[in-house]
Every structure is written in structure tokens, then in C-alpha cells.
Design a protein around this ligand. Structure first.
Ligand SMILES: [Zn+2]
Ligand SMILES: [Zn+2]
Length: 287
């Protein structure tokens, strides 16, 4: 397949675009519904203005997430086309690629190539997480989590308004077990759909947030997942340098948009290590 793995990743990317589009469309319907009435069939005498700000916020989050996903897949962190001249301290030999590889570079058997500063292979997007695309991965998780939380809250507000005449216990049961409530005939199909979308968004939000928190912690500690398991912190240069190493020189701005250029300070081949702690001075004896 091509070096950027586009062919291999076309399916997950198209699925992501379809899911993002479906969420945007669904939220659009919710916004129209909330504007037209209270969701319970009781239309307001005077229609509310359409919440363009809410829709614009959702489109901003979804657009950011999808562009970050595209860049995550296309900014390949593999060693293909990278000059790996010589071997030094910390270098290894990859028998699959039949070449010397730099420190923190490991072979991915799914991508069938060595990956610079490899973290793990993302099965959902079919791409390895490594030196060149870590920024896009973190921003994808951030904007994806925010978009899913947004969709979850909006749908939950419709469910609440539809359940105004039901007891709070019934509303909680509907959100926890929507299928059961539909099967026993306690809710209409429309209410079930809103509750189901709320749940899907909540699960997606928790999934993205969990990954985001874990990888933010790794970034601040200057570690990959493998190094975290090994307790290896030799590349930890302090939180600010660690952030710069992963997010680039404009590390404080990249969260806003994937279009903000932020060159990485290194080359993914050589890495600065922290200074070894100085030996403790021998205790002076009191005479
Ligand atoms: Zn290899
Ligand atoms: Zn891989």
C-alpha cells in the first residue's frame, strides 16, 4: 500500500465522516425540535430563534475532529523514506525491516514497518501512533470528546422534556436500559431513539476522555505507553519540554485548530535524555 497508508485507512476514515455527519444531522434535528416546542408536543406560542451558535459550535468541534483524524492517518510516523544513517547508543536492529533503528523506534506488525517513537497501533483508524502524528491524535480525542458530550447533553435535554409526565425513576431507567423500556412498551419509538443516541454519545465521550487523560499524562511525563509500563522516564525533560517535543513549538495553540503550524523540535531519531541525578554527597562526620 502507499506509504501514507491512505488505501488501508479509507474505510475507517469514511466511517468516521459518516458517523460525524450523522451526529451533526441528528443534533440539527434536535435543535429544530427544541426551537419549535418543548419536545412534548406543546408548541410555544412564539417560536424561539434558531440556536445558530450551538450548531456552529458542534460543526467546529466535528470539523476539528475529522481534520485531525485525516492528518493522524496521513502523517505517517514510519521509517519509510527516512535516512537512518549509522547506529549508536540505544539503537537496535529490526530483523523484519533488516535495518538499524533508533531509540524508541519499534516494529509494528500490523503496519509491517518500524515506527519512530512508537506508542501503539490504533486499530480504529488503522494507523500507528508515533512521533509525527501524536499531536493530531490528542486533538482528535479532545474535539471528539467535546462533540460527543455536546450531542449527549442536547439529546438528554430532549429525553427529559419528553419524559416530563413520567417519574424520575422511569427517566433514569430509560437512559440506562432504553431497549428494555421500548420492549415493555413504556416509551414511544421517538423517545427511545433520543435515549439511545444519548447513550451512544455518552459511551463515546467516556471512551475518548479516558484515552485523552491517559495520553495527556504520558505526554506530560515524556513517556510512551511501553515506557510507562516499564517505568522508564529517561526522556522526561520537564512538562513544558515534553509538551513541546510532542505538540511542537506552538504547543499552547495547537488545540484550537489542526491548521496551526507547529514544527516539532526534533527529528524522531535522536532524543535528549534527562541528566542523571548527581550522586548524593557522603555524609560529613561530626567529630
Ligand atoms: Zn521494523
Ligand atoms: Zn501500526
Amino acid at each position: 500500500m502507499a506509504g501514507n497508508g491512505w488505501g488501508r485507512n479509507a474505510v475507517p476514515l469514511c466511517a468516521g465522516v459518516a458517523l460525524g455527519g450523522a451526529l451533526a444531522l441528528e443534533v440539527f434535528v434536535v435543535l429544530v425540535r427544541l426551537r419549535r416546542g418543548d419536545g412534548n408536543g406543546h408548541e410555544h406560542e412564539k417560536a424561539q430563534p434558531f440556536p445558530f451558535l450551538s450548531l456552529a459550535s458542534l460543526l467546529f468541534l466535528l470539523g476539528n475532529a475529522l481534520e485531525n483524524a485525516r492528518r493522524f492517518v496521513t502523517a505517517s510516523p514510519s521509517t519509510r523514506g527516512v535516512m537512518l544513517a549509522g547506529a549508536g547508543q540505544g539503537w537496535d536492529y529490526c530483523y523484519s525491516c533488516q535495518t538499524h533503528v533508533p531509540p524508541r523506534c519499534t516494529h509494528c506488525f500490523s503496519c509491517n514497518v518500524c515506527v519512530l517513537r512508537r506508542d501503539h497501533h490504533c486499530t480504529l483508524l488503522g494507523q500507528c501512533l508515533g512521533y509525527q502524528n501524536y499531536r493530531y491524535f490528542l486533538c482528535l480525542l479532545l474535539h471528539g470528546a467535546a462533540a460527543l458530550l455536546f450531542g449527549c447533553l442536547l439529546n438528554a435535554s430532549v429525553v427529559m422534556s419528553l419524559q416530563q409526565e413520567g417519574s424520575p425513576v422511569q427517566t433514569v431507567l430509560l437512559l440506562v436500559m432504553p431497549w428494555l423500556m421500548l420492549l415493555i412498551g413504556q416509551v414511544s419509538v421517538t423517545t427511545f431513539i433520543y435515549a439511545f443516541v444519548t447513550d451512544v454519545c455518552m459511551v463515546g465521550f467516556l471512551f475518548c476522555t479516558g484515552f485523552l487523560l491517559f495520553h495527556s499524562l504520558l505526554t506530560l511525563r515524556g513517556q510512551t505507553t511501553k515506557e510507562w509500563f516499564e517505568g522508564n522516564r529517561q526522556y522526561d525533560l520537564g512538562w513544558q519540554s515534553n509538551l513541546q517535543d510532542v505538540l511542537g513549538e506552538q504547543w499552547y495553540l495547537v488545540w484550537l485548530s489542526p491548521f496551526i503550524t507547529s514544527p516539532l523540535p526534533g527529528d524522531g531519531i535522536t532524543f535528549q535524555t534527562r541528566k542523571p541525578r548527581s550522586e548524593p554527597l557522603p555524609k560529613s562526620r561530626d567529630f
